[in-house]
Ligand binder design. Sequence first.
Ligand SMILES: [Zn+2]
Length: 260
Amino acid sequence: MWPIIDTHSHLFTEEFDTDRTEVLQRAKKQGVTRIYMPNIDETTIDRLLQVCEDNSGYCFPMMGLHPTSVNENFEIALQQVFQCLVTHRNLFVAVGEIGIDLYWDNTFLQQQIEVFDRQVRWALELDLPIVVHCRNAIQYIYKVLLPYKDTTLRGIFHSFTGDSEEAELMLKFNRFMIGVNGIVTFKKSVIPTILPQLPLERLVLETDSPYLTPVPHRGERNESSYICYTLMKVAQVLGLTPEELAAQTSANALRMFGAL
Ligand SMILES: [Zn+2]
């Protein structure tokens, strides 16, 4: 057991309604000291705020509109998300999660680009980091972020999927870190071959619960306590002890979210 931070977890979703207390207890028992929670869309705001209020000092909320929730009616959703963000400005540690996802569908690509860009500008105005979701969309993400490269914009590219070129593009943004999750434990994952390319001071760990469950629980619902499997795998690949890796990635996370 090592003190560790889960930088990306959706424990506020209904998948955890029946046993959230136990899930949080298991996380604490496993050494998880903080859980950062990215919003999804306007329908998840209330439960996100409730869970973070019930677990104040342990669960920290971010506010944003997720790219897979973007459609032709995005203005209404975006308005609600923005309203919440400015109303509770001091509660939120980041704008997230935001980005572009072309894995399922590219019907709303133009809308996704616009929504992403607008939320990036909120983050700059409010001086908050962003948490970026990028799936099959690195060239579009890069294009949106490029004009902000030399600004104070900072954040995390979450759920890194392990292509060397993609890593290189992400690392060009000096104030950004890369989030690694349970995918690294999958048998066919190429992330282990890319990990040595990522500077240690720019690496954070996450679960993305309830998704992307690491081996040996693959196929089950994911939860924050399972971050230990990702920690052990990454530590082994990098030739570090789990203690060393947990200490470094936790310090990175605290720095990013302004808690250090
Ligand atoms: Zn997520």
